[in-house]
Write a protein of this length. Structure first.
Ligand SMILES: Cc1cc2nc3c(=O)[nH]c(=O)nc-3n(C[C@H](O)[C@H](O)[C@H](O)COP(=O)(O)OP(=O)(O)OC[C@H]3O[C@@H](n4cnc5c(N)ncnc54)[C@H](O)[C@@H]3O)c2cc1C
Length: 378
């Protein structure tokens, strides 16, 4: 593979540490977590102690003030192992940046250190039963009341929903306006009226916590509004390229891992007196996948350089998200085939990679929405 040039020695050391953590504290528990439908809560605190949570958050707020390559490393090492990588990314690199960029000083000081230590888990609550792709159609409302707002409505498919200590919630402050009537709020899970629904049973990412949330006239102080009123949609548009980039990073890392385990299996497995890897079909197919992943990795790394320069635009991020997740799904499907019947068995990691991959084309904006965004630049 072409040598990657975006990382320095500090990044390499951090990667070694994350990899050792995964070997010791994640991989041995994967099947148990899948069966329980949740990771052990304590794993969050362990990640906090090791500096794996909120690495890019300023030191003043409990983070490491590091660049986003550290976040990329956490994702690359953990996303191929199941839902934990996505949960941590949601917390550290989607929710926390909203607080840093738009939160009041009170909110930043209260929540960010707790998040960096893994004592409070963050969720992002945008999707609703009637509005996913078309976010401007959300019906959750935030009505002004005294020094604050009364929040009412419900959200669905919320990652970290069952365990979250706080959620960034999108609500209409002007229900007559479309996108220009949306504001964002930090809702504390202890606020009266906040309720969690059932934990949703998914076909993949089984250990990842995805839940419904309900807001029954929750009184949210004005200091918990993120930024200006009715600017929520603009803020989301600003944050989404990095969110989508994270999905692309997870996609390529997961697909590379799937390819590696497939090569290993095909080398060992015998049929017709030779290794499965020695059939020309196997070699050609795996050669194709390896080539496509190499091309994708170069593109992802270049996009990451743009992230570091604050120059990743919405169109390029949409290209990365759609193309890399499509490729991930193709790679894991074709890899699974080389495992034969064993590939369909839960204890084989390739089967989990296959079911886990499917959600990647849906969340963070569906791949159809990504193409719509790209097409606006034609
Ligand atoms: C595992 C998981 C975790 C998630 N985590 C979160 C989370 O933490 N927070 C959160 O807020 N949401 C989360 N989501 C929700 C996710 O973002 C939405 O499911 C997604 O945006 C799609 O919305 P929808 O499900 O309502 O589908 P719909 O919007 O109803 O779309 C249905 C179909 O119509 C297509 N479609 C819609 N509009 C168009 C269009 N204009 N052009 C062409 N095709 C179109 C879509 O591409 C899709 O194929 C999560 C979802 C999953 C599966």
């Amino acid at each position: 593979m072409i040598e990657r040039t975006i990382f320095n020695e500090d990044h390499d050391r951090f990667r070694d540490m994350v990899r050792a953590f995964a070997q010791k504290s994640v991989i041995p528990h994967l099947i148990r977590w899948d069966e329980a439908g949740a990771v052990d809560r304590d794993v969050w605190r362990q990640c906090g102690e090791l500096g794996m949570l909120c690495p890019a958050i300023p030191v003043d707020y409990g983070g490491a003030g590091a660049d986003r390559l550290f976040s990329m490393i956490v994702l690359e090492e953990l996303a191929p192992l199941g839902g934990l990588g996505i949960s941590l990314a949601m917390h550290s690199d989607i929710v926390a940046p909203y607080l840093v960029a738009f939160g009041t000083e009170e909110v930043r000081r209260k929540y960010l250190p707790l998040m960096a230590r893994g004592e409070a888990i963050g969720a992002l609550a945008m999707s609703e039963p009637i509005a996913g792709s078309d976010l401007k159609a959300i019906r959750t409302t935030a009505t002004k009341a005294g020094d604050g707002y009364i929040l009412s409505g419900s959200k669905i498919f919320i990652s970290n929903g069952t365990e979250c200590g706080l959620a960034v919630v999108a609500a209409k402050t002007d229900p007559r306006a479309d996108a220009k009537g949306v504001s964002l709020f930090v809702v504390d899970a202890t606020m009266p009226g906040f309720a969690r629904g059932r934990k949703l049973k998914k076909v993949g990412l089984k250990a990842q916590d995805t839940a419904e949330l309900f807001f029954n006239e929750v009184h949210v102080p004005a200091s918990h509004r993120l930024g200006e009123e009715n600017q929520g949609f603009a803020y989301m548009m600003r944050e989404l390229p990095w969110e989508r980039m994270q999905i692309a990073i997870a996609a390529i890392a997961s697909a590379i891992q799937a390819l590696a385990m497939t090569i290993e299996y095909a080398r060992e497995r015998q049929a017709f007196g030779k290794a499965v890897l020695d059939f020309q079909n196997t070699r050609f197919k795996l050669a194709e996948l390896k080539s496509e992943l190499q091309i994708a990795q170069v593109f992802v790394d270049r996009c990451m350089e743009l992230v570091l320069d604050d120059g990743l635009d919405a169109t390029t991020a949409a290209m990365a998200k759609y193309w890399c997740t499509d490729l991930q799904c193709k790679v894991v499907d074709e890899c699974l085939q080389f495992f034969g019947g064993y590939g369909y068995m839960h204890e084989y990691p390739i089967s989990r990679a296959w079911v886990d991959a499917r959600a990647q084309k849906i969340y963070g904006g569906t791949n159809e929405i990504m193409k719509d965004i790209i097409s606006r630049s034609l």
